[in-house]
Design a protein around this ligand. Structure first.
Ligand code: DCP
Ligand code: MG
Length: 473
């Protein structure tokens, strides 16, 4: 293991909610909750102001509304989050070629591989500059952890939250980990946590005391050895850059258009399974599930849903594909169906643990128990089309006038704003932009011809290109 804290872990603070606050001045400093707003919606995330009420990611939206009735409730805008994510990942790639994204807002960076840092002082310097750059480029804050291995770098960024920087000095890892819950270790989800507790082990220090043999006895060889090593802060996992393969997908064209909705659903499930087989065959997992539908009139649409982390679980892919299908009208018949997975990553270490454990125990139970979190889809997309991100849609999709809470609009007279709410034939719009002060609210008829949906505005005015501004230096 390396001796300098040159592995960096970045995690943006309250990512979706912060992006919403940055783009909507009236929500800054307020409780903001982003997620599916339908009856079965779940919370994607919430601002730190909302967390004091006990609201958190993956909570049913109905429960959040009881806890924080006065918060602002918004539907996610994945396009905007993806743009910000690309800006952030771009800044990370300036530090090193070895950047391993874990989700839209989270990544490991090997600073040594980028020759950006080789000791504590240079690592701190790079991390401080990175945090400044992220704020300047995106207008948002991210928390950074520095350590000599991935596991500790991630724990450090968690400790740094929100808007902080924590460095764990090499040599202090074991003492730091000892009192922590075993759940802090990668590969320990609820099932393994319970199993260890029944064996009398609840802290990392107790794993170290129990010894290697006891861990192997409790969890089987592969998982036991790996976990024991983690408890001693021996984490040799390298930072691996994202794979070149862009996506894995399968599709079928049908000789005769399928009209029966039940049959369409079955075909989608079958395609999802085949897609996962390919994914696993290539030792990959992916974050974004894509459904492709070509209809009787050759109009083709693609819908996608981004999960919180990469998955290769057939149940998760099947469910996501089924949810995406629910938002697609197939009356008239379909000629072609496809299911794909993009946002590919190598198996995460967590997955390897789950597999090793399932293999050792000869059951799937443990593995699926710990995938629960993964299944909590970005935006709680169970809530219907509002949480579904339309990537591409061709062939004359009829444009429905749906005003989603939080989405951007433009009014011919009043300019750029966002939908604060709608109902009873009316839509309420707040007119403000990232650079303005808090704006005024106006109400319109939902079919007002002067109102149209709009693209999100950049959170930070791009700097004018060219030489440095005069007077600098
Ligand atoms: N997300 C989601 N569903 C979840 C968890 C997260 O859709 N169950 C989305 C919304 C988050 C983003 O992923 O903004 C990043 O997840 P994080 O776990 O990093 O949470 P946040 O960035 O929101 O907050 P924190 O400051 O705790 O990192
Ligand atoms: Mg985050």
């Amino acid at each position: 293991m390396r001796t300098a804290p040159t592995i960096l872990h970045l995690d943006m603070d309250a990512f979706f909610a912060s992006a919403e606050q940055a783009s909507k001045p009236s929500l800054r400093g307020k409780a903001v909750i982003v997620g599916g707003l339908g009856p079965r919606g779940v919370v994607s995330t919430c601002s730190y102001e909302a967390r004091v009420f006990g609201v958190h990611s993956a909570m049913p939206m109905a429960q959040a509304r009881r806890l924080a009735p006065n918060a602002a409730y918004l539907v996610p805008r994945f396009g905007l989050y993806r743009q910000i994510s690309e800006q952030v990942m771009g800044l990370l790639r300036e530090l090193s070629p070895l950047v391993e994204p874990l989700s839209l807002d989270e990544a490991f960076v090997d600073l040594e591989a980028g020759e950006t840092a080789w000791d504590e002082a240079s690592a701190l310097l790079a991390a401080r500059k990175l945090r400044d750059d992220i704020r300047a480029v995106t207008g948002l804050t991210g928390s950074v952890g520095l350590a000599a291995c991935k596991m500790l770098a991630k724990i450090a960024s968690e400790q740094a939250k929100p808007d902080g920087l924590v460095l764990i000095e090499p040599g202090t890892e074991r003492a730091l980990l000892a009192p922590m819950s075993v759940r802090i270790l990668p590969g320990v989800g609820p099932a393994t946590g319970d199993h260890l507790r029944r064996g009398g082990i609840s802290t990392v220090g107790e794993i170290a005391e129990a010894g290697e043999d006891e861990l192997v006895r409790l969890l089987g060889k592969a998982h036991g050895l790996a976990l024991y090593a983690m408890a001693l802060a021996r984490d040799e996992r390298p930072v691996v850059a994202e794979r070149d393969t862009k996506s894995v997908s399968v599709e079928d064209t049908y000789d005769v258009d399928i009209h029966d909705r039940v049959r369409v659903r079955m075909e989608v499930q079958r395609l999802a399974d085949r897609c996962v087989q390919r994914l696993r065959g290539a030792h990959l997992s992916g974050r974004t599930i894509v459904l492709k539908v070509r209809r009787y009139d050759f109009s083709t649409l693609t819908r996608s849903e981004t999960l919180r982390g990469p998955t290769d679980d057939p149940a998760v892919v099947r469910e996501a594909a089924a949810r995406l299908l629910e938002a697609v009208d197939t009356t008239g018949g379909v000629r072609l169906l496809g299911v794909g997975v993009t946002g590919l990553a190598d198996y995460t270490q967590e997955d390897l643990f789950a597999q090793a454990r399932a293999a050792a125990a000869g059951v799937e139970e443990g593995a699926s128990g710990e995938r629960v979190e993964e299944a909590q889809v970005g935006g709680g997309a169970g809530a219907g089309a509002g949480a579904v991100d339309v990537v591409e849609s061709a062939g004359g999709e009829p444009a429905e006038r749906v005003w989603w809470a939080g989405h951007d609009v433009r009014h011919v007279e009043f300019g750029h704003g966002w939908v604060q709410g709608s109902g009873l034939g009316r839509v309420t719009v707040r007119f403000e932009t990232p650079g303005s002060g808090p704006g005024r609210v106006k109400t319109f008829r939902v079919d007002d011809p002067l109102l149209e949906s709009a693209e999100p505005l950049p959170l930070v005015e791009p700097l004018p290109a060219g030489p440095a501004a005069p007077g600098e230096g």
